[in-house]
Ligand binder design. Sequence first.
Ligand code: SPM
Length: 290
Amino acid sequence: MDALKKGWFSELHNLWPGQSMSLEVEEVLHAEKTQFQDILIFQSKTYGRVLALDGVIQCTDRDECSYQEMMAHLPLCSHPNPSKVLVVGGGDGGVVREVAKHSCVEEIHLCEIDQRVVELSKQYLPQLSCGFSDSRVAVHYQDGAEFMTQHPSQFDVIITDSSDPIGPAECLFEQPYYEKMKKALRPGGVLCAQGECIWLDLELIQRVAQHSRAMFPVVRFAFSSVPTYPCGTIGYLLASTNEATVFESPVRVLSESQVELMNLNFYNSDIHRASFALPQFVKKVLQPTS
Ligand code: SPM
């Protein structure tokens, strides 16, 4: 395997040419080619266990809190009463684990195309997959777009926890997929999608924001730091069907004791507000029109 050489894993990909994150490997725990992708799980020297799909780091024990907590709590704290939530992708279970921390949520549906990601996460990544044991969680092994077509006007929040726009996740960045999300949301529904990297993917982010604005009255972009993702940042694309939604100001503000009780390591209400402050070069291309 090209990515593994001399005891190091290197994330080599033409989506980020000329650069690569490397992690020292202590032990390869599992490597498998499924019908959808290559799955690699290894024990790293300094970031705990690591899940890579098609050679791209999805999460590490050490920094997964940033991505999973933001993906879940940015939309859930922007909705006044989220009761039914759909997560598309996210077969490692990390986002589901975070969604389950909201007691107002009654049903959590995870739609993952690759059953092996869920099975291997349960076997090797307990820190992430622990959310699957919550009785409100139902797992569906199906294409997310197809699932949404079969469940119109059902969800208060839809979270798309995708890998990068190449291979099985490519369609999750396109307009038809956003149309399906809109139809699957209840009135007042909110969505959050993996929004890629401001340093690498600005054209893609602009394109997704543009087609989202044609469909939703409110669209915003936030980002947070994740050291093991390329350039160390990842974005979140949020949209609401309710024109009164103000993503920058959470409707459900978490007190310090709630943050403690929910065992949050990254998200709090200050981080929520701050994550929408964008560098000038990003603002220029993503000027909100709503
Ligand atoms: N539940 C964790 C799944 C992670 N999904 C997002 C992974 C994105 C990794 N690539 C970032 C590349 C930025 N251009």
